[in-house]
Design a protein around this ligand. Structure first.
Ligand SMILES: Cc1cc2nc3c(=O)[nH]c(=O)nc-3n(C[C@H](O)[C@H](O)[C@H](O)COP(=O)(O)OP(=O)(O)OC[C@H]3O[C@@H](n4cnc5c(N)ncnc54)[C@H](O)[C@@H]3O)c2cc1C
Length: 492
């Protein structure tokens, strides 16, 4: 295969490595020959993450980014060796876990060295008294959850990408699992970390229950998307495996009624592990066999944990649904959700048909939740060529919710697939900001949202840029992400 045959999408500001062969030799000498690759097949594997537009590009013979060298460190000393060379030669570094990110976070925008974390895959210790597990961060999500289940626990963090993502990727992107309403997002679950900074120092944040020891520096690394260092180890909360699980589902005439019911449930301090509201379009797609769901808004609940508490949670959940015109659809829709919850072909089957699709998650406080839903759907539907816009609500808090929008369409005549993709993204983000929402709930910034960071953070962005300079003086860590615009735009 010849890389010259591919069009490189992100080629601007690509860094050319001087005397690459010498650098490769030096890396092999330091971290071992088997831990360094420049094989074309390996290079190809790290040209993109799972952002859907990059699948369209692959089919069109285009590459998102082009790394130069792939490394597979086995320990912290190896990472330090790589960083010493990268700092000396000003070579970009991209931490890479399982590549399931969907916003371009792991795309090597400027080339350079990939640090693949998959060999950091050990589960180190369960502490039953503290209810924690300590792991190396390259550990695969499903391997971790299966291990915990076998020992009588759950990690409570079950993203749809459980089989294809790692603890390090979750921390880097502030991920949220399907059971987040009870167990929290990853930032609620991480209690301690080890982080190798861009300059090679190791910081250890010991697990703590809570502390009042000044600003919590550790939190700054959660969500830093591989721009401020490499998280090598993490201590996470775990829970005893639930004693009882109940499955409840209701349909509502409108999304407003479903939002009201779920808001009132949260207000009672009741936290079903799973709550998912599907708008009428998604209800039609996912629950076409449920007679009572026709033209309605399906809402599924899973309550789990201590048996007596679960019974009470179920009772309150049912009361609030019925007070808001909910119609009981029993267990079958939730069983269907359980059976299909890791099926990820829905959007990825579009690119072979030249359809451009993606999903965009945002969050909003309760008082503007319904407004945000309608504004985003209306704004995205207006993009020429859009054939489908739908949403579900999948993360619930006493004060607000996380929405998950899906779009799909075919670009108009004069437009490329990428133009259409960017237009849909920008329409969603703009409408979200206008409705008082936050531009990402759990997929992160990566490339797709960095041009909206100023609108999200205002003066805070400048402070983040200053922190980045202090921690990464040579700007080698995942350059071009979060703090810099890759796509033109935003409100400017
Ligand atoms: C079908 C599908 C379903 C998904 N469902 C969910 C979901 O339910 N919830 C959710 O939150 N997300 C979901 N995602 C998105 C994705 O799985 C998450 O963003 C995940 O957290 C990425 O993990 P990863 O291990 O694949 O990381 P990668 O994609 O390899 O990397 C993501 C980012 O993390 C950085 N990084 C990776 N490891 C480290 C480390 N050790 N230290 C520092 N930086 C690091 C990389 O540089 C990059 O910026 C889904 C994706 C797909 C394709």
């Amino acid at each position: 295969m010849n890389f010259d045959d591919f069009e490189l999408i992100y080629r601007e500001n690509r860094v050319e490595i001087k005397d690459k062969e010498k650098i490769v030799e030096e890396l092999k000498n330091k971290i071992g020959e088997k831990n360094v690759s420049t094989e074309k097949i390996d290079i190809l594997a790290y040209t993109r993450d799972t952002s859907l537009i990059s699948l369209n590009w692959t089919i069109e013979g285009k590459l998102a980014g082009l790394p130069d060298i792939i490394t597979f460190p086995e320990n912290i000393a190896h990472i330090k060796d790589i960083l010493e060379i990268a700092n000396r030669e000003k070579i970009p570094i991209v931490p890479f876990a399982e590549g399931s990110g969907v916003v371009g976070g792991a795309i090597p925008l400027r080339g350079g060295i990939i640090i693949d974390m998959k060999r950091f895959n050990k589960i180190l210790e369960i502490n039953d008294k503290n209810l924690t597990v300590t792991v190396q961060t390259g550990v695969n999500g499903m391997n971790l959850e299966r291990y915990l289940n076998a020992k009588g626990y759950t990690g409570g963090h079950i993203p749809q990408s459980l089989y294809t993502s790692s603890v390090g990727g979750w921390i880097a992107h502030k991920a949220a699992g399907q059971f987040s309403t009870k167990y929290g997002k990853i930032e609620d679950i991480v209690l301690g970390m080890k982080v190798v900074l861009p300059t090679g120092e190791l910081i250890t944040f010991d697990p703590i229950a809570r502390a009042a020891t000044g600003p919590q520096l550790d939190k700054y690394f959660i969500g830093s998307e591989g721009t401020l260092g490499i998280v090598t180890e993490a201590t996470l909360k775990i829970w005893p495996y639930p004693e009882k699980r109940t499955l409840v589902s209701y349909t509502f005439p409108t999304i407003e009624e479903s939002l009201n019911a779920t808001r009132q449930i949260m207000r009672e301090n009741v936290y079903p592990a799973v709550i998912r509201i599907y708008d009428a379009d998604e209800t039609m797609r996912h629950f076409e066999n449920t007679e009572k769901a026709k033209d309605k808004v399906m809402t599924v609940f899973v309550c789990e944990g201590n048996q007596r508490l679960v019974d009470l949670e179920e009772q309150i959940t049912r009361e609030k649904c019925e007070e808001n015109s909910g119609v009981d659809c029993e267990e079958e829709p939730v069983e269907h959700w359980f059976e299909t919850r890791f099926r990820v072909t829905e959007t990825s089957m579009f690119p072979p048909y030249k359809i451009v699709a993606d999903t965009i998650e945002v969050s909003v406080m309760w008082d503007r939740a319904a407004e945000l839903y309608h504004s985003v759907v209306d704004a995205t539907k207006k993009v020429e060529g859009n054939l489908l816009v739908s949403a579900h609500v999948s993360h619930f808090y006493p004060n607000g919710v996380g929405f998950y929008f899906t779009f799909g369409g075919v670009p108009g005549k004069e437009k490329s697939q990428f133009d259409f993709y960017k237009e849909c993204w920008d329409a969603t983000i703009k409408a979200t900001l206008e409705a008082g929402g936050s531009i990402s709930h759990h997929h992160g910034i990566g490339i797709n949202r960095s041009h909206w960071m100023k609108e999200e953070w205002d003066g805070g962005l400048e402070i983040m840029q200053k922190f980045k300079k202090i921690l990464d003086p040579n700007n080698i860590f995942n350059p071009g992400k979060i703090y810099e615009k890759t796509w033109k735009g935003g409100n400017e």
